[in-house]
Design a protein around this ligand. Sequence first.
Ligand code: 13P
Ligand code: 13P
Ligand code: MG
Ligand code: MG
Length: 364
Amino acid sequence: MSKKITLSVIKADVGGYVGHSSVHPELLEKARSMLSGSPLLIDYHVTHVGDDINLILTHEAGCDNEEIHKLTWETFLACTDLAKRMKLYGAGQDLLSDAFSGNIKGMGPGVAEMEFEERKSEPVVIFMADKTEPGAWNFPSYKMFADPFNTAGLVIDPKMHNGFNFDVRDLVKHRKVVFSCPEDIYDMLVFIGAPGRFCIKSVYHRDTGEICSTSSTQRLNLMAGRYIGKDDPVMIVRTQSGFPALGEVLEPFANPHLVSGWMRGSHSGPLMPVGLDNNNPTRFDGPPRATALGFQLAEGKLQGPQDFFKDPSYDKARETANEIAQYLRRLGPFEPHRLHLDEMEYTSMPEVSEKLKSRFVDLL
Ligand code: 13P
Ligand code: 13P
Ligand code: MG
Ligand code: MG
């Protein structure tokens, strides 16, 4: 058996170019220069989706490793310094503190990490989204690991037929619950159908206990207690050989689902799958989008990426997403395009209510 590898994807928005649409190439170069030559890493890949920088790292230090987290924190700090000098938009947006406290979790950046023994062949997909929130992965994760209409292997592959365990987090009450699917599907859907509060953190193979997927689930606004944008999420998925095949993992994105985020983090919109060349949210700061990069690991080396959603077989999904976006935009400030009051990142309600206080009359 090979040694254990840790795959860490750590991301932050440290300044947008232009507005909230993208990351300036010099910031990506800065991030690469900070990671290059680090003795802690086996390999790294720096990329972005929209205005979020994504650091994809392999190493042998395990999850929640202080030195790895410190390296990424310092990388984001260096990028923030540059973003400030370049007067990029919202420089340092996702960094809640100036001082590193041992673990980057809870300090602003999003973290998805998993440690595993590299298999004979280890195909992985890194999903990254902008203008949405961690619960955006609930629907596609459910499809990948629990829906036989999406994942044929759940029916016809003996290595998958017993199903998967889902670790679901309650982001408001800081609790977790594990559902064993398929038996618990109906119970689980009660919770994960409310993605603003309940998020699928990780999925495990039921026979082997091996980790199959994990995502970032922090909610910055809950931690900070003020608006600082939605937590644009990332997710790592291992594929093939007892896990869903690559095409089964990508299939849920062929039908764009509605997610929360988009303009000012306060609107519902379709999650549009796009290639790297098209991941700069533009229309009404969106629509929200997802990129999927594939790597074949070899002793921790990241061979890739393959830019999956660039494929023309996702053209139809983009077209559908644009149609949904066109329809929703016509609703302007009306729900359900605008999010429900509880979910909005921005609201003028307190100020406007205060101003109109004297004009409200109690009805008898
Ligand atoms: P594996 O069982 O080797 O993952 O093969 C499944 C497959 O790739 C079918 O598309
Ligand atoms: P980000 O969360 O991607 O920074 O977007 C914030 C926003 O307000 C977009 O309109
Ligand atoms: Mg931003
Ligand atoms: Mg963003």
